[in-house]
Design a protein around this ligand. Structure first.
Ligand SMILES: NC(=O)C1=CN([C@@H]2O[C@H](COP(=O)(O)OP(=O)(O)OC[C@H]3O[C@@H](n4cnc5c(N)ncnc54)[C@H](O)[C@@H]3O)[C@@H](O)[C@H]2O)C=CC1
Ligand SMILES: O=C([O-])CC(=O)C(=O)O
Length: 326
């Protein structure tokens, strides 16, 4: 039997937390042979609700769940954490853009970046889900100077999965026929879902759909899907967001599929001309517990303009929180 690993989850009493924790404890994220210790963080007024979640985790009698620690102190929740899923943050309501949450949520991520720096494992794999996810990840990363910036990622896997599903449905295929999807840039309405490199049944996707559908239906549908869910449900995506977080962490830890790639917002090393240091979503391959940006894709003029737009937005978000970036 493997030694348990420590998985910290923030916002654990919230709606994504409720869809996420039971799947982590069941082995869906790190494998059916990997015991886990859940280290759950929420704010003080949510401690009763968090205890209720812990009671339910106990009541599942998950064979892989070695322990559950509940706390309102990030220094406790992140202690020796091998994985950290930073979900805890305010969600947006109808009519808001995700960056409207920057002021409310940014401070959370400077505190948590410092706590990760001081208490987590030096190899901790961090996924930021709380919005605006890319810039919150940047804040956490910059407040953790002793950790490798590559340890900090933000979630665009939900956008990636949305795009796969839309493409498969449009072309009348099973979702497994759609591969090589890329979400470039920010988890926001400027994100660029790329069908020039995506494939359906192994052939270039853009050649199997009309350009008009791509530009005027597919791209806005994927960009606005979060808002459409909020309008329909009266609350933001939770089960699909939790599912995407599981997918992101599983692939990072255990490897992505051969002959395919996934979208992850990661520390830009200047690939594709994107400013170094931004947390930008790229096509990534995962192997041996590490990710790398897929290199050498040709970027046409249409895509170049889209990449520039989402990069500009991320640079503006970064500049708006410069007081939190040591
Ligand atoms: N990146 C992505 O694709 C997605 C991101 N999101 C974002 O995820 C975040 C969480 O969403 P929900 O679970 O629906 O919200 P929620 O409001 O149901 O839960 C948030 C939880 O975080 C807790 N929290 C607040 N401040 C905290 C702090 N300083 N430390 C620890 N916990 C704290 C709250 O008490 C609450 O329990 C939101 O910002 C939402 O916009 C949601 C869907 C997809
Ligand atoms: O749209 C929102 O605010 C929640 C979210 O990030 C998503 O569903 O992609």
């Amino acid at each position: 039997m493997k030694q348990p690993v420590r998985v910290a989850v923030t916002g654990a009493a919230g709606q994504i937390g409720y869809a996420l924790l039971f799947r982590i404890a069941s082995g869906a994220m790190l494998g059916n042979d990997q015991p886990v210790i859940l280290q759950l963080l929420d704010i003080t007024p949510a401690m009763d609700a968090l205890q209720g979640v812990k009671m339910e985790l106990d009541d599942c009698a998950f064979p892989l769940l070695a322990d559950v620690i509940c706390s309102d102190d990030p220094n406790v929740a992140f202690k020796d954490a091998d994985y950290a899923l930073l979900v805890g943050a305010r969600p947006r309501g109808p009519g808001m853009e995700r960056k409207d949450l920057l002021e409310a949520n940014a401070a959370i991520f400077s505190v948590q970046g410092k706590a990760l720096n001081d208490y987590a494992s030096k190899n901790v794999k961090v996924l930021v889900v709380g919005n605006p996810a890319n810039t919150n990840a940047l804040i956490a990363q910059r407040n953790a100077p002793d950790l490798d910036p590559r340890n900090f990622t933000a979630m665009t896997r939900l956008d990636h999965n949305r795009a796969l599903s839309q493409l498969a449905q449009k072309t009348d295929n099973a979702v497994t026929a759609a591969t090589h999807m890329t979400i470039w840039g920010n988890h926001s309405s400027t994100q660029f879902p790329d069908l020039f490199h995506a494939k359906v049944n192994g052939a270039t996707a853009i050649e199997q759909v009309e350009q008009d559908w791509y530009e005027n239906d597919f791209i806005p549908t994927v960009q606005q899907r979060g808002a459409a869910i909020i309008k329909a449900r009266g609350a933001s995506s939770a089960a699909s967001a939790a599912n995407a977080a599981i997918d992101h962490m599983r692939d990072w830890a255990l490897g992505s599929q051969d002959n395919d790639w996934v979208s992850m917002a990661v520390y830009s090393d200047g690939s594709y001309g994107i400013q170094e240091g931004l947390i930008f979503s790229f096509p990534c391959e995962c192997k041996n517990g590490d990710w790398s940006i897929v290199q050498g894709l040709e970027i046409n003029e249409f895509s170049k303009a889209k990449l520039a737009e989402t990069e500009k937005e991320l640079a503006e978000e970064r500049d708006a929180v410069s007081h939190l970036l040591p």
